[in-house]
Design a protein around this ligand. Structure first.
Ligand code: TRP
Length: 334
């Protein structure tokens, strides 16, 4: 039986961080043996918010290199750049006739972005979910690993596919968000305010490209407090976040020790030393990030190899995309 098609896109608008790793990339790596996977860099989408393209190509290369460094194998998955697959643009054109201005204007991300960039409310921003639907439907993907913030876009992709099928015949399978059932590991910002972010809270976000000393500095500055007032207290979220990180990068013994220290602490008898905990976490984090950073940096230096990988991805993607487009054209145009 043919494997189900998985697809996800990554905007090249900022540096990838630990939140991306645990929320997305680690899952992609897990999916690559089980499914027929397509992962791509959404550089057309980036134009809707980042019209200045001077650094775009380098950012695209970085995203590709970092994904490979995290364990994606370009021989197993199809890893490509959106703009290398013109078939997506043609499907986007057809889907645009199935999307209504009213529903696009009501989209949460459109409203947010319109507020953030009132001087540039371009039509690409309005039809962003249509392009995203084209990304997905061009490979007839059914499983789309994305976070909560993308669920509305997924729902719209289903709506457009349903309208297409209703009008032109049953051609497009309906895509659904997918993350192995469980909750994604959420990584908070080290200052305790919100999530780690590609562009905000940079001093409290751990990027996959951070140097060892930067990692140490950021972790040592992470928010803590005077310790729990009673034994076995519930951890405040910024403390829980340090334990979450430790759970990911440190040994079970280390985690166990600090957990026990926390649970045995109370006011007047504070056993847990957050300074020591952060020092240990920093060293373990350095060991975790270093190989990813080094591999990604090496690959970004090796332009020839990187270009070859990108071309190979584009070729594979276009085979699948043109097969879908052929069916779509026939259904619409006869
Ligand atoms: N909109 C997604 C984001 O901001 C990126 C994206 C573009 C995407 N096309 C996609 C995600 C297709 C999944 C499927 O993160």
């Amino acid at each position: 039986m043919a494997k189900e098609v998985v697809l996800s896109g990554i905007r090249p608008t900022g540096f990838l961080h630990l939140g991306n790793y645990f929320g997305a990339m680690r899952n992609y790596v897990r999916m690559q043996d089980e499914f027929d996977c397509y992962f791509f860099v959404a550089n057309w989408h980036a134009l809707t918010t980042h019209p200045d393209t001077q650094t775009l190509k380098a950012a695209v290369h970085r995203v590709i290199a970092e994904n490979i460094a995290c364990g994606l194998d370009p021989e197993k998955v199809c890893l490509y750049v959106q703009s290398d697959v013109p078939e997506i643009a043609e499907l986007y054109l057809y889907l645009n006739t199935l999307a209504y201005k009213g529903e696009l204007e009501k989209t949460t991300t459109f409203k947010d972005k319109s507020r953030q960039q009132p001087e540039n409310i371009n039509a690409g921003l309005l039809t962003y979910p249509v392009l995203q639907a084209a990304d997905i439907l061009i490979h007839r993907a059914v499983k789309v690993p994305v976070g909560k913030d993308q669920e509305q876009h997924l729902e719209m992709a289903r709506t457009f596919a349903e309208r297409f099928n209703h009008r032109y015949g049953d051609v497009l399978p309906l895509p659904y968000a997918f993350n192995y059932g469980g909750e994604l590991t959420k990584i908070l910002s080290l200052d305790g305010i919100g999530k780690m972010s590609k562009s905000e809270n940079q001093l409290a976000t751990l990027y996959l490209a951070d140097e060892d000393d930067v990692i140490r500095k950021k972790i040592m500055k992470a928010k803590t407090d005077a310790g729990p007032s009673e034994p076995n207290s519930v951890k405040p979220d910024y403390i829980q976040n340090l334990f979450t990180l430790m759970n990911i990068v440190s040994t079970a013994d280390t985690l166990e020790k600090f957990n026990a220290d926390f649970n045995n602490s109370s006011s007047g008898n504070c056993i847990i030393r957050y300074g020591d905990m952060k020092k240990q976490l920093a060293e373990d984090m350095v060991q975790f990030i270093k190989p990813i950073r080094t591999k990604a940096a090496d690959l970004q230096q090796n332009k020839e190899l990187l270009e070859k990988i990108i071309q190979h991805g584009a070729q594979k993607a276009r085979v699948s995309a043109s097969a879908t487009l052929q069916i779509v054209r026939k259904a619409i145009l006869g």
